[in-house]
Design a protein around this ligand. Structure first.
Ligand SMILES: C[S@@+](CC[C@H](N)C(=O)[O-])C[C@H]1O[C@@H](n2cnc3c(N)ncnc32)[C@H](O)[C@@H]1O
Length: 221
């Protein structure tokens, strides 16, 4: 499968699920198909996110507890655990969680099946550092708005949220999944007790065509 075919298959699954009123069920279908060798997860490059690594060169959130939202196959969570954070990686897709546990059998990360849209009470305000990359941009409408609010609610007082997402201008059409975030949507992470301290609007020319992304840091006041 070429990368374009992988993406097309993911978009096909997403469109089917969303048409059936299920915002997130397609992730399990995709990971399950990948686990049995029938598909490839297009975003799973099996290395920690370079946008996270670059940010960590100059930032080191205080505290000990970290969470990775929509952790997929676990590379970002493993990196944070290796830095010494007591890390929870969670994902709505059981097959993703299973694959992460299998890839890292001796992991210090706690991998959990959790729907960000309905998180268990023990995760609320539980983390000094929350990393969200590319999950919100796969959701639309009410689910997207709820996901933004729920990410913010994971952060403990004094904690930090780092968001990485594709970016677009308000006037630009959302295009196809993944649907890039506008600045207004990015600012909504700070509708509660968080405030933005750094918002980067970056153009990645390694991608062809180049991809514009937000990398935004919020702190809990
Ligand atoms: C585009 S992938 C990005 C995965 C990973 N964060 C990365 O950067 O490679 C989005 C991930 O979020 C997960 N996800 C989507 N909706 C979710 C939800 N409501 N709760 C938890 N995880 C979710 C998906 O299963 C998938 O692993």
């Amino acid at each position: 499968m070429t990368t374009d075919e992988q993406r097309a298959y993911a978009r096909h699954l997403a469109a089917e699920a969303v048409a059936a009123g299920d915002d997130t069920g397609w992730f399990e279908r995709l990971y399950a198909a990948a686990n049995s060798g029938d598909a490839v997860v297009p975003w799973a490059d099996r290395v920690a996110n370079p946008m996270l690594l670059g940010w960590l060169d100059t930032h080191r959130p205080a505290g000990t507890r970290a969470a990775v939202v929509g952790c997929g196959l676990g590379d970002d969570a493993e990196h944070l655990a290796a830095l010494g954070y007591e890390t929870v990686g969670f994902d709505v897709a059981p097959s993703a969680v299973r694959a992460a546990r299998e890839r890292f059998p001796d992991s210090a990360v706690t991998y959990r099946e959790v729907d960000l849209l309905a998180p268990p009470a023990d995760l609320a305000g539980a983390f000094d550092f929350v990393f969200e990359a590319y999950t919100v941009q796969t959701l639309q409408g009410d689910a997207r708005r709820a996901a933004i609010a729920r990410c913010a609610q994971l952060v403990a007082p004094g904690g930090t949220l780092l968001v990485v997402a594709r970016a677009r201008d308000e006037k630009d059409p959302p295009g196809r999944m993944p649907w890039p975030l506008t600045r207004v949507e990015l600012d909504a992470f700070a509708d509660g007790p968080l405030r933005p301290v750094e918002v980067e609007d970056l153009l990645d020319t390694d991608d062809d065509p180049p991809v514009r992304r937000w990398r935004a840091t919020f702190v809990h006041s």
